[in-house]
Design a binder for this molecule. Structure first.
Ligand code: FAD
Length: 293
């Protein structure tokens, strides 16, 4: 079978920011065998970047060197009573709807996160309702050596938007513990979450969600709003007037516009409060030296 490898694939097509120059090579493996064979054949020095739905990424205007790997074909969903085994490429919103129909709850707090299972686990995605790690039983991943491994929850350390699997690890699937419940009640909880998001977040505009992590005991959005930056704009990149921790792409924003804007935010908040806001989004590709911290 012919491999799905595209050359110079525009990354703006694969990020929720709708921003990003071309990936030198963009590979969509058909399954674990294809992925493993590709990794074995690739020269060691080939840079590899994994992406899920690209919903937490700012990709540079100059694009990404080497190969971007997208696990879009890893779509298996297997249920065994209250256990779910999901492929890494499964999108969370659709998965939550499917589980609701089947009367399986426990993950509703992730409602409205527009990412994949793999990206969610890697980021330890979460909301005020909890972290994805809270429901995770195990993670299956392909180690850079080509070995397929499985780690149980207790063997992994999780933190705020991080987990400690080795660098270069490719998560291929994850196992979760669910809670049987009335399908109507689960669906209602999901609807409530989405209604709250629609009120408080610019979910109809292109963005990568919250730009900064919340500093201990405070909210990054509150600090940015207090600095008077709601609505601040560079090019088509704008600090959302609805939620100050979101930068939105008003149309033709470039990664350089977003970066200049978020640097301005960092500087102003540091001057006003002494707080150093840390990035929650990840920057991928070639950015000017010293730009990423
Ligand atoms: C409107 C909006 C709202 C959001 N709300 C939230 C929220 O409430 N809570 C929250 O936590 N996040 C939120 N986010 C951010 C984002 O959706 C999450 O971080 C999500 O988990 C990222 O998943 P992804 O599949 O898009 O990963 P990507 O953005 O594609 O990748 C994120 C990271 O995971 C790595 N990765 C992706 N897939 C794999 C894999 N299979 N194996 C190993 N590494 C992998 C990538 O290399 C990268 O480092 C929001 C984003 C948007 C646009």
């Amino acid at each position: 079978m012919k491999r799905d490898i595209r050359l110079n694939e525009p990354m703006a097509r694969h990020t929720t920011f709708r921003i990003g120059g071309p990936a030198e090579r963009f590979f969509v493996p058909s399954g674990i065998g294809d992925l493993r064979a590709f990794l074995e054949e690739c020269p060691r020095e080939e840079p590899m970047t994994l992406i899920g739905a690209g919903s937490n990424l700012l990709v540079s205007d100059d694009g990404i060197r080497g190969t971007v790997i997208h696990l879009g074909a890893f779509q298996s969903v297997r249920l065994d009573e209250d256990r779910l085994l999901s492929g890494a490429g499964v999108m969370l919103p659709g998965l939550l709807q499917q589980l609701a129909r089947q009367g399986l709850g426990g993950l509703e707090f992730l409602g409205g996160i527009p990412g994949t299972v793999g990206g969610g686990v890697r980021m330890n995605a979460g909301t005020e309702g909890g972290w994805i790690a809270d429901r995770l039983l195990s993670v299956t991943y392909l180690h850079a050596s080509g070995a397929l491994q499985r780690k149980r929850h207790e063997e992994i350390t999780f933190g705020y938007r991080r987990m400690d699997l080795p660098e270069g690890t490719c998560i291929v699937g994850a196992e979760f513990r669910l809670e049987p419940d009335d399908p109507m009640r689960i669906a209602e909880r999901l609807r409530e979450r989405m209604a709250k998001r629609r009120k408080t977040q610019p979910i109809h505009l292109a963005s990568a969600g919250c730009i900064f992590k919340n500093p201990p005991g405070d909210a990054a959005g509150r600090l940015i709003e207090a600095a008077g930056l709601k609505g601040a704009r560079i090019g088509d990149a704008e600090v959302s007037p609805l939620h100050a921790n979101f930068v939105v792409n008003r149309g033709k924003a470039r990664a350089s516009d977003v970066l200049s804007l978020i640097r301005r935010i960092q500087e102003r908040v540091r001057e006003d409060t002494g707080v150093d806001l840390e990035f929650e989004i990840e920057m991928i590709g070639v950015f000017e030296k010293g730009a990423v911290s």
